[in-house]
Design a protein around this ligand. Structure first.
Ligand SMILES: O=C(O)[C@H](O)[C@@H](O)[C@H](O)[C@H](O)COP(=O)(O)O
Length: 223
C-alpha cells in the first residue's frame, strides 16, 4: 500500500476530494463515462460535501455504494440516505445512483435485480473504501457468514452478508469487483485504524478483509 499522512482531517478530506474528482475527470475524458464507488459510515461525509460542489459532467457519472445496510432509506443507518444528503446534490445532483437496496424483507430476494443493474457500470473507475478497526471493508467482515465466498475469484459482484459486528443484514460488493477497480483509495482516521491497517498488511483477507485490496491501494490517514 501507498500511505499518505496528512496534517489534519480537514486537509485530508479536501485533498482526497480533489484527487477523486481529477481521476473521475480522466475517466470521463478517456471513456465518456465513469463509475465511482463510495463507503457509507461516519467518515466520508466531508469528502462528499466537497465533491458535490465540483464542476464536471456528473450526468455521465454513476455512483454506487460499497455496501448497504438492509434498512429503509429513512433509517439514520441507511448509507443511501447519506449519499443523497451529502453527495448526490448541488453540482453532483445529475449523477446516476446505482441502487444497492430494494424494498424486500431480505437482501437475498433483491440480489439478482441489483446485480443486473450494477454489471453494465463495471469496472469501477474510482473506488473509495472505509475500514473498521476490525479490518473490515465494505461489508466484508471477519467471521461473516459469506466472507469466504465473497473473497473468491469467481464471486458474483454482489453478495448478502451477515456478521455479528454488522448489526443488520448487509449487501456488499465482493472482492473481485473491488480488486478490478482502476483506482483504489482507503480513507481512515485515528490511531486505532492506523494500527489496524498496518496489522492487516501482514494478514490474509480471511483474517483482515481490507487486505484484499491493499496491494493496489492508496491509503489516506489523518489523526
Ligand atoms: O456501511 C458501512 O458500514 C461501510 O461502508 C463500512 O465499510 C465503513 O466504511 C466502515 O465500517 C468504517 O465506518 P466508519 O467510517 O463509520 O468508521
Amino acid at each position: 500500500m501507498e500511505f499518505h499522512e496528512y496534517p489534519d482531517r480537514e486537509m485530508m478530506m479536501l485533498r482526497l476530494a480533489q484527487r477523486i474528482s481529477s481521476e473521475l475527470g480522466e475517466s470521463l475524458r478517456a471513456n465518456g463515462r465513469a463509475t465511482l464507488s463510495v463507503p457509507g459510515g461516519t467518515t466520508p461525509g466531508p469528502v462528499f460535501d466537497t465533491l458535490s460542489g465540483v464542476d464536471m459532467d456528473w450526468s455521465q457519472v454513476c455512483v454506487v455504494l460499497n455496501d448497504e445496510r438492509w434498512v429503509a432509506e429513512d433509517n439514520p443507518r441507511s448509507n443511501t440516505r447519506l449519499l443523497r444528503e451529502r453527495l448526490l446534490r448541488a453540482k453532483a445532483a445529475p449523477a446516476k445512483l446505482i441502487p444497492l437496496r430494494a424494498d424486500t424483507p431480505t437482501p437475498e430476494e433483491a440480489l439478482d435485480g441489483l446485480i443486473e443493474g450494477l454489471v453494465p457500470h463495471l469496472p469501477i473507475s474510482v473506488l473509495l473504501l472505509g475500514m473498521g478497526e476490525d479490518m473490515h471493508t465494505a461489508s466484508l467482515f471477519p467471521g461473516a457468514d459469506n466472507l469466504e465466498a465473497a473473497l473468491a475469484a469467481d464471486a458474483p459482484p454482489l453478495m448478502a452478508m451477515r456478521a455479528k459486528a454488522a448489526g443488520e443484514p448487509r449487501i456488499t460488493l465482493t472482492a473481485p469487483v473491488l480488486r478490478a477497480a482502476l483506482r483504489v483509495h482507503v480513507l481512515i482516521t485515528g490511531a486505532a485504524k492506523r494500527a489496524a491497517i498496518e496489522r492487516a498488511a501482514k494478514l490474509s483477507p480471511r483474517e483482515a478483509p481490507i487486505a484484499c485490496v491493499l496491494d493496489q491501494a492508496q491509503v489516506h490517514w489523518a489523526e
